[in-house]
Write a protein that binds this ligand. Sequence first.
Ligand code: PXP
Length: 239
Amino acid sequence: MLLGVNIDHVATLRNARGGLEPDVLTAARICKECQVASVTTHLREDRRHIKDADVEAIRMLPRVRLNLEMAMTDEMQEIALKLRPHAVCIVPEKRQELTTEGGLDVAGQLSRAIEFTKPLLEKNIEVSFFIDPDVHQISAVSKTGAPFIELHTGRYSEAFGTLDEEKVFQDLKGAAIFAQNFGLKVNAGHGLNYSNVKRMHEIPNLVELNIGHSIIARSIFVGLEQAIKEMKALCEGNF
Ligand code: PXP
């Protein structure tokens, strides 16, 4: 499995003091040196962590594959069409939430999702929808033309180590296989850490895991390069 590193929380820390440190671009360069598959950033409507200038600077870095997480709004579509990141992951967004709390309801707004996806695909941007492991959502995405889904692993992460873990994990695995049978490629992410990530290997053919908080949290103690390398090894099956 490939690893995409979400560096939003480098910007969270930077913005806490309003200055320039820690530098988001340096974080992106370290990701590149560690040869991760993608550098992921979520440009939120309220710009609470990553700012437009950060995304633009990361996009200019050679040999960095930018995965831009964004809401399904006209503003974000315009930014994506201008910047042309390698990939976009379309996520739900609520102003008050601490993080992306659930998957996007694609089934409930299918015609909007189709119309939103089309110009992005025309610019050769790889489109993914961040959805809950739910068959209705998966079949809706299969109608949009997007080649990827990213399955929300938040419920699995919360259930990890509890009596609910097995059921929640099997639901996730079943959803991934269901999506692959529709011809969709499957990524996953949210709440994954150095322990619960290992079970992702039990899900066949997952392409990429997008992981942020646990890596940035660990980097405080061991450094970003080491934190990324440890997670990359786990993604590659070296436990
Ligand atoms: N994937 C998506 C679509 C997300 O929105 C997030 C959180 O921004 C992540 C992955 C990473 O989640 P975490 O920071 O919990 O690893």
